[in-house]
Ligand binder design. Structure first.
Ligand code: FAD
Length: 273
């Protein structure tokens, strides 16, 4: 069973200390890699590099930086990838990203497939390239068919694997996986798993990224909004069951959106292993 965990780059000293401890706890189950998100448009980019190098040098777990291309120039991408290559990093999560409001210049890339193609041209097979996949459709896509075609384009451009946006409906994943397979995709499509720990935050994220929270889950989260123990217990049960359903249908890898917390990802992941 392959398990990976995703972090966002902390910016405060307290956040850095917390993440160091979280990484230590998560390392105990020997994850395949730790990935670190990257802010399109510049705000957290140095923090991503710092966190990635710290993981790579200290954790004994491979680090995989996310890299978004919107608003960026080819020379900047090369500068960063050269630093990663020198540091011994060989896995990248390649994304378009979202252009921050107020930024007019979209730069040298329009979509993630162009970034994947560029990395392949510049570095051949040095980097294992993961791309994003959307079982419930990317929110800006025209329709589900064109969205799948665009996903297939990223695979044809050279992606070695895909990580999905989070979802709570296993059928959405199975349908996407089947349709991708029919379209000739034969790379692993790893489910992205978002633990449920906070009602307001989850609703906000889900609205932004177009992930559906089924009504039967949402109603209970509302009920437990101010009862964090019950919410955590319910959320862990829901997500653990989702993972088990996926595992029963042949899924052998999971990517956890840890939100820089060890629990509840760790308990769920431990059981899967
Ligand atoms: P693309 O694959 O380029 O797709 C974006 C949209 O454009 C889709 O609607 C697609 O259908 C459409 N499209 C693609 N190609 C074409 C074309 N040729 N013509 C017309 N339309 C096209 N964001 C960050 O800023 N930092 C991160 O670290 C980060 N990490 C993520 C990790 C994962 C696993 C996931 C699932 C998402 C992550 N995101 C991150 C969010 C991501 O950047 C956004 O969802 C973004 O809007 C799309 O990125 P993409 O790489 O999927 O883009």
């Amino acid at each position: 069973m392959k398990i990976s965990f995703e972090f966002f780059p902390p910016r405060t000293d307290q956040g850095k200390q917390t993440l160091t401890q979280v990484r230590k706890e998560l390392s105990a189950i020997d994850p395949e890699y730790f990935s670190v998100t990257f802010g399109a448009g510049g705000s957290t980019q140095d923090a991503t590099l710092e966190t990635v190098l710290n993981i790579q040098q200290n954790d004994g777990i491979p680090a995989a930086p996310h890299l978004s291309c919107i608003g960026s120039e080819k020379s900047k991408i090369i500068e960063l990838l050269d630093q990663y290559k020198t540091a011994g990093i060989n896995r990248i999560v390649a994304l378009r990203g979202d252009i921050p409001s107020g930024v007019r210049d979209i730069g040298d890339f329009h979509h993630a497939n162009e970034l994947v193609e560029f990395i392949k041209t510049q570095y051949n097979d040095h980097f294992h390239i993961e791309v994003a996949a959307y079982p419930e459709m990317h929110p800006q896509a025209k329709n589900i068919t064109t969205d799948l075609e665009h996903f297939v384009n990223k695979v044809k451009a050279g992606a070695s694997g895909a990580i999905t946006q989070y979802f709570y409906n296993a059928d959405a994943y199975f349908r996407f996986r089947d349709e991708a397979e029919k379209a000739g995709v034969n790379i692993p499509i790893t489910p992205g798993i978002m633990p449920i720990t906070n009602y307001t935050q989850l609703v906000r994220f889900s609205t932004m990224c177009g992930a559906e929270i089924p009504k039967w889950i949402l109603e209970r989260l509302k009920l437990y909004e101010n009862d964090l123990d019950s919410l955590a217990e319910f959320g862990t049960e829901v997500v653990a069951n989702l993972c088990q359903t996926l595992k029963n249908q042949g899924v052998d890898g999971f990517h956890f959106y840890s939100m820089n917390r060890a629990q509840p990802s760790l308990n769920i992941a431990k059981n899967l292993k």
